[in-house]
Ligand binder design. Structure first.
Ligand SMILES: [Zn+2]
Ligand SMILES: [Zn+2]
Length: 434
């Protein structure tokens, strides 16, 4: 009897152990799936101590071919209107397999990120503005002037929405921009060459629903109205190689987005911080905080609801300072209403989008990036432009400060065969005349 009871005990222990082993095996199997996935993402094992490493989790700009049916999206700004060293305001670079590169928004601080990708400026000449808040267009100046000084041969092309009145539209804003930078424009036009300092502005109807505003080289862009702080803001629907990317400008949940962003491959949409976070971190008054998050922007809960309704292949949340104090609250809000693929974006996050798969990585960029030359050559200085400097100022040049450079500049002149362009004889003649 004792023996039989002992046998039953052993049997029980055996069954229990098998159960434990099964659970453990299942767990191991699952973690192996995770590990395999990670290894795939990292590009596999390093096979040689002296050879190159396979792909990492990171993207090194300028080292990767794009296939014809591929779009690379780089977050060059994902933050807020208040400046922050670690996170610029809204800016999205889309690089297409056909060679085109389009910028969507150019918010305050974002050009440093764009420049760190070391893309020749000849390719960065098209900007699409979702609306005219400065956190979406505040860095136009460094692209306009920086690109001009670093090789862009053409004018800068801007697409942006109209407004309820002409004064609230993109044309008016860009005319005002050119007034603001007039001194810069006139002096650079004289010293460098004038064409790259010009803007070509295309203002489209902000009220149009799913109308084409751009179609070229296999890329089609449509807009739908957004609902934000006033009439004007839009969202962009970008189609290429059978794929649809939607970039939401600042907006509250709106019917046009639900209808036209449905089943998109890749959807970027704002997800604001919680009202408590606005109060705690952004020093907003409580009466403003809950309007800012949830009346003229989209809350995390609402972002999730939008995504679980339109069901994109991949959703990207932005427009919140992404840090320890905020990201969990924003994430929890989103996850309370959406359980699909999601990126909590921050600056220099990179996605490669193809019909087959979407990968997310971080770009690794230098702090001190130089502008990289492309094939384009800027037009020479334009002759006959009036000098923006009077003789009164010009003749104040101190001769010894110039003469001391002569030996060095002679060497340079001879090296580059600039005898005909030597500016010194005329300057010395003028200075000696006075
Ligand atoms: Zn805005
Ligand atoms: Zn904004």
């Amino acid at each position: 009897m004792m023996l039989f009871r002992g046998f039953r005990m052993v049997k029980k222990i055996c069954i229990f152990s098998i159960f434990i082993i099964l659970v453990f095996a299942l767990y191991l199997n699952n973690s192996r799936v995770e590990l395999t996935r990670s290894a795939d993402a990292a590009g596999g094992i390093v096979k040689s101590a002296t050879g190159t490493a396979p792909d990492r989790y990171v993207y090194y700009p300028g080292t990767e071919n794009l296939s014809k049916n591929e779009i690379r999206v780089v977050a060059c700004g994902t933050g807020m209107p208040a400046s922050r060293k670690g996170q610029a305001a809204s800016c999205w670079l889309m690089e297409f397999g056909n060679g085109d590169k389009l910028l969507f928004d150019l918010g305050t601080g974002s050009m440093a990120n764009v420049a760190s990708l070391m893309i020749p400026y000849q390719y960065l000449d098209k900007v699409f503005l979702s609306h005219l808040h400065t956190d979406h267009m505040g860095d136009l100046a460094p692209l306009w002037a920086g690109g001009w000084t670093a090789g862009r041969p053409t004018e800068l092309k801007i697409w942006g929405p109209s407004g309820a009145t002409p004064e609230m539209g993109t044309k008016h804003a860009m005319e005002g921009f050119l007034q603001y930078v007039n001194w810069d424009k006139v002096t650079r036009s004289y010293k460098i060459t004038p064409i790259p300092g010009q803007l070509k502005v295309t203002e489209f109807d902000y009220k149009a629903v799913n109308k084409i505003i751009y179609q070229d080289n296999g890329i089609t862009i449509r807009t739908i109205p957004a609902i934000h702080a006033g009439d004007g803001p839009v969202s962009f629907i970008i189609e290429y190689a059978g794929m649809k990317i939607v970039f939401g400008g600042d907006t509250v949940p709106n019917k046009w987005f639900i209808e036209h962003a449905k089943d998109a491959d890749f959807v970027i949409h704002e997800a604001m911080m919680t009202p408590w976070q606005w109060v705690t971190f952004y020093n907003q008054q409580p009466q403003l905080a809950w309007r800012a998050c949830c009346e003229f922007h989209t809350s995390p809960e609402a972002f999730g609801k939008i995504m679980s309704t339109i069901k994109p292949r991949h959703a990207v949340a932005y427009h919140f300072f992404n840090e320890e104090g905020t990201r969990y609250g924003v994430y929890e809000g989103i996850r309370s209403t959406y359980n699909g693929p999601l990126s909590m974006s921050t600056d220099l996050m990179v996605w490669n989008v193809t019909p087959e798969k979407i990968t997310e990585r971080m770009a690794v960029v230098p702090e001190d990036a130089w502008a990289v030359p492309g094939t384009a050559v800027q037009p020479p200085p334009q002759k006959g432009l009036p000098s923006p400097m009077t003789n009164e100022i010009n003749s104040g040049r101190w001769l010894p400060g110039f003469e001391v450079q002569d030996k060095m500049l002679d060497k340079y002149r001879d090296q580059y065969n600039l005898q005909k362009q030597d500016w010194r004889p005329k300057m010395y003649e003028d200075l000696k005349k006075k």
